[in-house]
Unconditional design. Structure first.
Length: 100
């Protein structure tokens, strides 16, 4: 319900949660969540080890990198206000040097 409230979307339109845990060297390649998913919400459940590098969620078209921090949430729209595919929302998860 909290995600629905943040996304301003009815609860019945929220997908089941997907959890991802990265081990050292793992990454998620560049992709777009598609126009079938109007918004994406990430909730980071832990911090990275202070000595770890990488692990950021990066949006190259925007020049933006989000470093995971426990309790942080990120919300973005995958479509423009007109409902078109937003090409700026391509993103990837950079590989981490130490597992979580």
């Amino acid at each position: 319900r909290r995600v629905a409230a943040i996304a301003r979307c009815p609860v019945n339109r929220i997908e089941p949660l997907s959890m991802v845990k990265y081990e050292a060297g793992q990454r998620f390649d560049m992709h777009h969540d598609g126009d079938f998913r109007p918004q994406t919400v990430f909730i980071y459940l832990n911090d990275l080890d202070p000595e770890a590098e990488g692990g950021e969620t990066v949006f190259p078209p925007l020049g933006l990198a989000l470093k995971p921090k426990k309790g942080m949430a990120a919300l973005w729209s995958n479509v423009t206000p007109e409902g078109d595919f937003d090409k700026r929302m391509f993103h990837e998860a950079r590989p981490v040097t130490m597992g979580v």
